[in-house]
Design a protein around this ligand. Structure first.
Ligand code: DLL
Length: 431
């Protein structure tokens, strides 16, 4: 089912005409109301989409410099809601929405929910955090727009999740992939079977995850796992999401105009080439952003999708430019390590990367848990047991082949790595 068949299946020429008109309106709106853009856009006349690349970028640092509300294009009194991006350091980045912006957000979230198989009348178990984080309320509002019954459980308190999943039998679950996995694992440990919950679909996002993680989630819950992407600066979840074809994430490009640029030079890359996703909002009024550097690495395609939607699609996000590790001269995204680890059946999808930069040559240690069944077979957790010695060696070899780097693999006892209740922390840097 398609939420908005007219706009989601708009032929290419009509889509581009709509984007061009909306872009011109946005540029004029921003230049008139936001000093940063009045200055940045001065002397630039953009008549065609292709001219977008002549405009300067907006970076997270620009938003920080203008904290709290230097990017606001409407009076404070016109804001219907304020959210913040999940920065861990310093001040958060605030984002404001007019009532119309919130409506647009509900619209793009409704598209994502329907594409993943949600149907009016379904119950949706919402395990994204409520509050300043856009995950909880973004899914909540979109689900209400579709006509779902939302259970606003929020993140954390795994026992409460288990109780409500069991007693309310929702059709859908949404949470970060790492937290969803933690829910499944906790239920299994209590002797329960997540498959017996009868979930029909899961919508996972807010952190990088891999096909291996998808397989683990689908095995655990017995239902398809859909990828949902977004970022607070642009709107929150709903910027892009997978359909049943699961061949890339449909980007709501009538509201957000995508480009892929070389992360180092900023030059625009051709369709299909990997690079950093840059987004320009086309309909936001409270806080329009022009050529915003998301920091997220992906590819972009305009190729037709089996589902009939005509939007541009992005590939699963590989990672953030600022999460890229450089170890012994090798560039590495945590997702690449995840991809390798999850291909090894005897491991569970819980891992952490420790990067020790206290020596001249950074050292990478990969900590991962063997599956409980493997440990049981060894009669307990003992890293000197031949089965675990062999497992450790094989994991090390696979990693070396996949990432071109010798990493020290440490098998740690089951349930000892921290479990995530929101966005998982995969990398610990020691400086
Ligand atoms: O994480 C919004 C969101 C909520 C998306 C719920 C999906 C589901 P922020 O906290 O601002 O917003 O973080 C945005 O998270 O730039 C990406 O680096 C990362 N991210 C979000 N979705 C995905 C995804 C929300 N599906 C940042 N895959 C983004 C990989 C993702 N990374």
């Amino acid at each position: 089912m398609i939420w908005n068949p007219t706009l989601e299946r708009l032929p290419r020429a009509a889509r581009e005409a709509l984007q061009r008109d909306r872009l011109r309106t946005t540029l004029a709106w921003a230049a008139e109301r936001v000093p940063f853009y009045a200055e940045g856009l001065r002397g630039h006349a953009v008549r065609e989409l292709g001219e977008l690349a002549t405009l300067p970028f907006t970076r997270k640092g620009d938003l920080r410099e203008h904290y709290p509300f230097g990017f606001l294009a409407v009076p404070r009194a016109e804001l219907a809601r304020i959210h913040a991006s999940s920065g861990t350091k310093g001040k958060p980045t605030l984002v404001g929405y007019t009532a119309g912006d919130l409506d647009m957000w509900r619209e793009v979230m409704a598209r994502v929910l329907l594409a993943a198989g949600a149907r009016p009348g379904d119950t949706l178990h919402n395990g994204y955090g409520y509050g300043l984080f856009t995950g909880g309320l973004g899914f909540h509002d979109g689900a209400e727009r579709v006509g779902l019954s939302v259970v606003p459980v929020s993140s954390g308190n795994t026992a409460r999740h288990l109780l409500l999943l069991h007693d309310l039998r929702p059709a859908g679950l949404c949470a970060t992939p790492s937290f969803a996995l933690h829910i499944a694992e906790t239920l299994q440990e209590q002797g329960g079977d997540p498959r017996a919950l009868g979930l029909r679909y899961g919508l996972y996002g807010a952190e990088p995850w891999t096909e291996g993680m998808r397989a683990a989630l689908e095995r655990a819950f017995g239902c398809p796992a859909y990828d949902v992407y977004g970022l607070s600066e642009i709107v929150g979840p709903g910027v892009a999401g997978e359909c049943e074809a699961r061949d890339g994430l449909h980007l709501a490009d009538d509201h957000f105009l995508p480009e892929i640029v070389d992360p180092a030079t900023g030059s625009v890359r051709a369709a299909g080439a990997e690079g950093e996703l840059v987004l320009t909002t086309l309909t936001k009024r409270a806080m329009p952003l022009i050529r915003y550097r998301t920091g997220d690495i992906t590819t972009l395609t305009d190729a037709p999708c089996a589902c009939g939607r005509t939007t541009a699609r992005i590939a699963r996000i590989k990672g953030r430019t600022d999460d890229m590790l450089i170890v012994k001269g090798v560039n590495l995204y945590p997702s690449e390590v995840e991809g390798t680890l999850l291909a090894v059946e005897e491991l569970v999808p819980h891992y952490q990367l420790l990067v020790d930069r206290r020596t001249t040559l950074a050292r990478l240690e990969v900590q991962v848990e063997p599956a409980p069944a493997v440990v049981e077979r060894c009669g307990g957790f003992d890293v000197t047991h031949p089965v675990l010695v062999d497992l450790r060696r094989r994991v090390g070899e696979r990693l070396a082949r996949a990432i071109g780097l010798t990493a020290e693999v440490t098998l740690v006892a089951p349930r000892t790595l921290p479990r995530s209740e929101g966005k998982a922390v995969r990398v610990i840097e020691q400086r």
